[in-house]
Every structure is written in C-alpha cells, then in structure tokens.
Design a binder for this molecule. Structure first.
Ligand code: BGC
Length: 411
C-alpha cells in the first residue's frame, strides 16, 4: 500500500512539475472565521485545477493594512498575481500601468453583472477586476434572545432605535457593540446619512453637492451619530469588527451596525437568522441599499503585459456560478452574478437580494463611500478623517458639517 501511495504522490508531483504548475500569489484581508472559510473555497478550487496557491492574508478589517502591504510589494517589484482591490481604486491601479486585463475570462460578464458593477470592474474598456459578491452595508444585527428579553422589536425609526437601546442598557447589556476603528465609524455615519433618504445620499455622497453637504440634514446626521455614541461601551476603542459581532453573538451586546460579512460570523458560530439573531435594515433605510463589491485585480508577472493562464483561471473561477454561490453562503453576501439561484440562502440573503433588485430599479443602489466603492481614495480618505475626528472628540456637529463639506473638495 505504502509503495502505491508513494508512487501516486510522485506521479502527481511529477505531473505538476511537468506542467510547471503556476504559482498564484493572492493578497487579501479575509482573516476572520467566516471570511477564511469563504476564501478557502477559492483556494481549493484553484488547487483542483492544478495551480499552487500562495496566500498573503493581511489581517485588518476593510483592508487598510493590506493596502499598505500591497504598495510595498508592488514598489519592491514583487507584485502578487492577484490582490483585493475595489471601486475607483481599480482604475487608479490600472492607470499606474501595472495591471493586466482579463477580457479573455470575461465572456458573459456584461450580461451577468449589474450595469454599474460591470462598469466599475473596467478601465479604458477592458475588464481589469473580477467581482466576488455584493455585501449590503446598511444592516443592523440584533441578538434575538436579548430582543425578546426586553420585549422589543427591530427599530424602523431613530426614536424606536433609541428606545430599544435604552431597554438594552436597563437590562445590563451594551446597547451598541462597536469597534472603534475609522472604517467602522464611517459605516455608522454613512448608514445614518442613508437614513436621510436616497436623494440625500445621492446628492451628498455621490454628487458631493456642497449645498446638501452643508444642509440641516447633514447636521442631523452628525447629531444622530453623537447620540448613538452614548450607547457604546468604554472598551470599544480599536476593537476589531468581528469581536464586536461576537458580543452580539454571545448576547453581551444588543446590536451592531455592520455589513453582512457579520452574517458570516453568525453562520460560523452555528447561529441561525431569525432564530438566534435578526438582520434588519438600519432605521430609515429599508428602501435603499449601500453596497461594497469585493474584487481581485491582476498584476503583471515577470514584466509580461498579458494575463497568465493562472490569472485567467482565477478570474473565471471567481465569476463561475458554483463558486459564487458557495462563497456568498460562507461570506454572508449575495452573488454578484445575477443568474445564481437564491434557493440555498437564508432569509437575510433573500431580503438582501430583494432589496438589491428593488434598489436597482428605483435608482437607490448606492456604492458605499465608507468601503471605497464610491469616491477616489483621496476624497474618501479626507471625509473619513473628519468623521474619525468627530467620533473621537467633543467636536460640535456644526463644525463637523463645515469640515466634511471642505473634505469633499479634496481630489
Ligand atoms: C470587505 C469585506 C470584508 C470586510 C471586513 C470589507 O472591506 O468588502 O469583504 O469582510 O471589509 O474585513
């Protein structure tokens, strides 16, 4: 037996060597429980196709640390085969002349992707990025046992939200589980902005319209955020998002504002939607949809301007229906491909899909500013700095409004 097994191993190794198995190095920031399970599906698929996966996972929610690592790798001439880049940054990287296009893999993408996502994946008429899935940002996650204990219901308005938060506090829980990192604070701020209505979000965040940015509604956004802050616990500074989610999973925290990768954590802890936790659209946002779409871009390897077979296989696999389904089941998202059946998904994903389709029709399917899907990195960064400062100081909301309008002019 042993000798047969050994012979088989040698044979397989020999085949790989004969084919000169291509190594694919992949830089990403999917390191939490749910995230790792999801990216492993891709690794296993590539392994099966005979490629050698080299993993560069850089911990840190929303990818700030990963972006720093990527810049260092590219500058030192060690660009990975693929890296997690999204939104307008795809074009920014393409303009540097360091990427390869993956048109050969993108045979049916135009027909299968929401139009605005398809556009974001391209630069100068070529597909430069392969999209994974659609994450809805404007969610509120609530521990169901806590909710039942205080006799509450998912809040549809801000007054209802604050009434529920008071009940959670009176029952000894942390009402809002929060991780104090800039991107998590941006998530809350952006979601409150969305609650002012689709028109407000479009004018303020998409058009960066000065009149809207300095309007009484924007003042209200900062005032609501200030009030939400009163419901955080004292140790939230610097906390990772998945630790905040863990508080809602174990019931020490009542609710969390977070994109639906949080659902990947609930699923990884064997918790069920509607039984152990509730996913509700954040107050005032049930008819709108802010999204982030993760994607991989592909870097030139060995100075060649064309994608390698491994890069094309990777792009093709990411957009294949089977992968799209399994990845999203683990990740908490919904497939970005429009022809994947939702039958295996839970109620949260089904709600997300219905909301996505409705929002596309009503023109309220919005790229997220907080996650880099909407504005160039310089503009998004300047706005994020204002929000971070506001959340970590006693700054007057009126002053924050003035600063955010100025930050929106940064190009
Ligand atoms: C990504 C998600 C990821 C989250 C937390 C976001 O920027 O789009 O895929 O789960 O960061 O790490």
């Amino acid at each position: 037996m042993t000798s047969i097994a050994t012979a088989m191993t040698l044979l397989v190794a020999g085949t790989h060597a004969a084919l000169g198995a291509e190594q694919i190095s992949v830089l990403h920031w999917w390191t939490s429980g749910g995230e790792s399970k999801a990216i492993r599906v891709l690794k296993d698929d590539m392994d099966k196709q005979g490629y050698v996966w080299k993993d560069f996972a850089v911990a840190g929610g929303a990818g700030a640390a990963a972006m720093t690592a990527l810049k260092t790798q590219v500058m030192s001439g060690n660009a990975p085969s693929a890296a997690q880049i999204k939104g307008p940054s795809i074009r920014e990287w393409a303009d540097q002349g360091v990427l390869v296009d993956i048109d050969k893999a993108a045979t049916d993408w135009k027909a299968q992707l929401p139009a605005q996502v398809s556009k974001t994946m391209q630069a100068n008429g070529h597909y430069m990025a392969a999209p994974f899935s659609v994450h809805r940002i404007n969610w509120l996650w609530i521990n169901k046992a806590d909710l039942d204990k205080v006799g509450g219901k998912p809040p549809a308005t801000w007054p209802e939200f604050f009434a529920l938060a008071d009940k959670f506090r009176a029952a000894g829980m942390t009402p809002v589980a929060r991780g104090g990192q800039p991107w998590q604070d941006m998530t809350i701020w952006e979601t409150v902005a969305l609650s002012q209505g689709a028109d407000f979000y479009r004018k303020a965040m998409v058009d960066l319209d000065q009149k809207t940015l300095t309007s009484p509604q924007m003042l209200q956004v900062f005032q609501i955020v200030r009030k939400i802050q009163g419901y955080f616990d004292k140790s939230s500074t610097g906390r990772d998002w998945n630790l905040a989610t863990a508080m809602v999973i174990n019931g020490s925290g009542g609710m969390q504002f977070m994109g639906d990768w949080a659902k990947g954590e609930f699923a990884n802890a064997n918790k069920q939607a509607d039984v152990d936790y509730i996913c509700a659209a954040a107050p005032g946002t049930s008819n709108a949809f802010t999204y982030t779409v993760d994607s991989f871009v592909f870097f030139q390897q060995n100075g060649k301007k064309e994608a390698t077979p491994g890069q094309l296989a990777l792009a093709k696999t990411i957009m294949s229906p089977g992968f799209q389904e399994q990845f999203s089941l683990y990740k908490g998202s919904i497939p970005v491909r429009q022809d994947v059946s939702m039958s295996k998904f839970d109620n949260c994903a089904k709600k997300s899909f219905a909301a996505e389709q409705a929002a596309i029709k009503s023109n309220s399917f919005f790229p997220s500013l907080a996650f880099g899907d909407l504005q160039p990195s310089a503009t998004a960064g300047a706005i994020s700095d204002v929000v971070t400062h506001f959340m970590n100081s006693n700054e007057d909301p009126q002053e924050a409004v003035r600063k955010v309008a100025a930050a929106a002019k940064v190009k």
